[in-house]
Each structure stands twice: as C-alpha cells, then as structure tokens.
Design a protein around this ligand. Structure first.
Ligand SMILES: [Zn+2]
Length: 212
C-alpha cells in the first residue's frame, strides 16, 4: 500500500524482484510488461494522448500511443507509469494528482532503482555535467528530465538546482554542454558562491567553501 511517495521505492524494488529483473538496465519494457501478463496495445493518436491502462476481459492492458516510438525514453516511462497505475495500491488519502506524480516516480524507480541511481549519480551533488546525465540516459533508457526529477526525489539535488535545470530543459537532447555548464554556474551564483568550481570537465565541486 502506497501511503507516501517514498513508498514507491520499495514497491519498485519488490516488483523488480518478483519479475526477476535484477538491478540492471531494462531492455524492452514492452517485453517485460507482456512477459508478466500486462498486454500492451499501440494505437494511432494525437500527441495529446500518450497512454492509459485498464482491464479488458479481466486482464490488465496498457493502451499506448504509436507516436511514442519517436521518443523511446518517454515510451518506456509511459509504459512503466501505467504499470504503476495497474499494480500499485494507493491509500485513500492520496488524490488523483498525487497518484499521477507517484506513478511517474514509480516508473523512474523501475528504470533505475534507488541504490543504483545514488551510485550512478554520485550522491548529493552541487554541480552536474551533461555528459554524466547523457551517460545515465543512454544506459538506462531514461530521459534527462526523469533523471533530474529522480535526483530531486532522492534528495541528491535541491529545489533550486531543479528549478534551474527546468529552465534549460526545453531542448532536452538538443541542450548543449555550455547550457548545462550555465546551469551549474547560475546555480553557484544563486547559492551565494559557497562552493568553488574546478574548471575541468567531470570535476564537480571543491568541497571547501571558497577557501580552495
Ligand atoms: Zn497516469
């Protein structure tokens, strides 16, 4: 039973275990879904629709927009989000809007479990490089936006960093390194320069406040 959003982390771990998925990146989310008796039906639709789920002949079904084939990380997230709607049981205190958010968090947790994410992301961060995010995106099939959301949910970045990322997010894969550097730098400006930045790539932050 999901009482609070954090509960989806253990729910995702449990489902990964029940479905024998281990902790590795998921290959095909459709195969995993159908291999566990959740049928996926792809339909033509406008871009306003991405997916929904329900029961057909007493069996769980996900209806998925065909156009998602052009955005694989979103397609994977949508399938797992719908699996969340189908399989999670929510406390009556959780309203519809919160359930939506929880299902997205569940999808992220299925794509990359908490412990794996914490290791890949490198714990609490003050600065993040696009290369690092792209590496996670490519290996786990998860969008940049979902990675950053996951980092926020797991408290590895804070609201200010998240807000700055969201303001540069629009271009997603088209975002250039310089923009992400800007993300980090503007954050540092916003945060009263309490950390000093090393100029090299991949070197994130000097841990000493302005003394190094
Ligand atoms: Zn939903």
């Amino acid at each position: 039973m999901i009482q609070v959003p954090d509960d989806v982390e253990s729910a995702a771990e449990q489902l990964r275990k029940e479905w024998h998925l281990g902790e590795d990146p998921l290959a095909s989310t459709i195969e995993i879904s159908e291999g566990n008796e959740v049928k996926v039906v792809e339909v033509d639709s406008s871009k306003e629709f991405d997916g929904l789920s329900g029961q057909a002949n007493s069996r769980p079904v996900i209806v998925l927009a065909k156009w998602l084939k052009d955005d694989l990380s979103r397609k994977r997230l949508t399938i797992l989000h719908e699996i969340g709607h189908l399989l999670l049981r929510f406390s009556s205190a959780i309203d519809e809007k919160t359930e939506e958010k929880i299902c997205y968090r569940f999808a992220g947790a299925m794509l990359i479990p908490r412990k794996v994410f914490e290791k890949e992301f490198g714990g609490v961060r003050r600065q993040v490089w696009l290369e690092e995010l792209l590496d996670i995106k490519l290996r786990y099939g998860i969008s940049l936006a979902a990675i950053v959301q996951r980092a926020l949910d797991l408290k590895l970045i804070d609201q200010d960093q998240y807000r700055i990322f969201k303001s540069t997010e629009a271009q997603e894969d088209g975002v250039r390194m310089s923009q992400v550097v800007m993300w980090a730098e503007s954050f540092l400006r916003d945060s009263s320069n309490s950390y000093c930045v090393q100029p090299q790539r991949n070197t994130s932050v000097c841990p000493k406040p302005l003394l190094c």
